[in-house]
Design a binder for this molecule. Structure first.
Ligand SMILES: Cc1cc2nc3c(=O)[nH]c(=O)nc-3n(C[C@H](O)[C@H](O)[C@H](O)COP(=O)(O)OP(=O)(O)OC[C@H]3O[C@@H](n4cnc5c(N)ncnc54)[C@H](O)[C@@H]3O)c2cc1C
Length: 395
């Protein structure tokens, strides 16, 4: 049967644009649809990324996408002492503070250059199915409602994803697997603009506070709290306001922008493909459960998805079996780390401020050569095994 497109990607965030780019580049006929009227705006992100993974997904940042560059990460314990990590050691969320309004557009532009179509202000409202097989998507745009047929619909529709659920894939989250976030773009502040700062402990129950510099006197200052630890909808803002008022560097700051949103901090979900359907990025719960960072994983999984979809288009086979190459591919790249970090997160949220203070003091004493959960725990274990006895199954 003739179809309108090989692939329709729902959502033009990092995951959607990367998927569309690699599918189109390898010969698939691709359409991206985005419900917003402008790619990348409004921003719902702390905007911290590292450089380490760009080459692996073919990403070349332009000047506008980079707001600020830092030397590394500063991890601050509840008693105010800190541990510095160089950019190289700091993991996937530290090195560059991007401007997502431009970054997301850059990725979408790459997808268009590779041959993908893009339609803005166009929302997916329903999947078209033949039995359990997805064969297209109903969309609503300024022109009205219409059905688009395709070999595969890609759910790249972010944290609140509905497309996966419409296809019958379980992406539901327990309250303890969700971090609720609130962030100010604060200007008129004094800050150590050479570092992205992470503040741990009970100031941000079940999460952390971040200060990511956008320039010398402006930063994204945000907080994430585990949903199960919230006593009301305004709780995260209240905690963040209290922190800002207690910090002389930030107290005189004024907001240019407010952001609220959520991230998943769950174990990898069981299934991300079905007949004619594939989930990627936040929709596939590929966010790092410790940092809440998801841009790098969305891009890495997006590249795998695009390549698999192009092969599926050539073979005219978008069955679940054919798309399992994506399931296996992204899991090979990301699953071990996601699972290990989820286990570590489950324990981290139970630690007292005193334990965080001791861990930071120990890290300053023993040092670590890599910012991975395993490397940190190993370094601490060598000197103070009792401090990490809770984490024995990760060692
Ligand atoms: C407060 C906050 C701070 C964060 N800070 C960081 C950070 O510093 N570093 C980091 O790496 N990650 C961070 N993240 C996570 C990061 O933003 C996400 O992991 C990343 O955006 C995932 O990309 P995505 O393409 O999967 O989803 P998104 O970027 O959410 O894109 C999904 C797109 O789908 C569109 N869409 C949704 N439904 C439909 C529909 N029905 N039809 C058409 N289009 C639709 C949306 O409009 C959106 O554009 C943060 C998240 C939050 C909430």
């Amino acid at each position: 049967m003739k179809r309108d497109y090989d692939v329709v990607v729902v959502g033009a965030g990092p995951a959607g644009s990367m998927t569309a780019k690699w599918a189109a580049k390898n010969g698939a006929k691709v359409l991206m649809i985005e419900k917003r009227q402008e790619i990348g705006s409004p921003v719902r992100c702390g905007e911290g990324i590292s450089r380490s993974w760009h080459d692996s997904v073919g990403l070349k940042l332009d000047k506008k996408s980079v707001a600020w560059e830092v030397k590394g990460a500063k991890i601050v314990s509840p008693n105010g002492s800190s541990f510095l990590l160089s950019e190289k050691m700091a993991g996937d969320e530290v090195g560059i503070v991007i401007d997502r309004v431009f970054f997301d557009k850059l990725l979408a532009r790459d997808a268009i250059k590779a041959g993908s179509d893009l339609q803005l202000k166009t929302s997916a409202t329903k999947l078209l199915k033949e039995g359990d097989k997805v064969v297209g998507v109903r969309v609503k745009s300024m022109e009205g409602t219409r059905d688009i047929t395709c070999g595969c619909v890609v759910a790249a529709d972010g944290f609140e994803s509905q497309v996966g659920r419409w296809a019958g894939i379980d992406t539901s989250l327990a309250p303890r697997d969700i971090t609720s976030c609130f962030q100010y773009r604060l200007t008129n502040i004094d800050q150590d603009y050479d570092y992205c700062e992470f503040v741990l402990g009970s100031k941000a129950p079940g999460g952390y506070i971040w200060i990511f510099p956008k320039n010398k006197d402006t930063a994204n200052v945000g907080m994430g709290m585990q949903l199960s630890k919230l006593s009301g909808p305004a709780d995260v803002k209240k905690h963040l306001d209290k922190f800002i008022q207690g910090d002389p560097r930030l107290r005189k700051g004024r907001p240019l922008e407010l952001v609220s949103g959520a991230v998943s901090i769950c174990a990898p979900i069981e299934k991300t493909v079905g007949d004619g359907i594939l989930l990627v990025g936040d929709a596939a719960r590929q966010i790092d459960p410790i940092t809440g960072g998801g841009i790098s994983n969305s891009c890495k999984a997006g590249k795998v998805a695009g390549e698999v979809l192009a092969k599926a288009a050539k073979a005219n086979d978008f069955s679940e079996k054919s798309l399992t190459r994506y399931e296996n591919g992204w899991r090979d790249l990301l699953e071990n780390n996601l699972y290990r970090n989820w286990l570590a997160k489950e324990k981290l949220v139970t630690l007292s401020d005193e334990t965080f203070d001791k861990i930071i003091a120990t890290l300053n004493e023993v040092g670590v050569d890599k910012m991975s959960t395993f490397a940190i725990l190993k370094a601490i274990e060598a000197k103070y095994p009792e401090l990490v006895k809770e984490f024995q199954d990760l060692l």
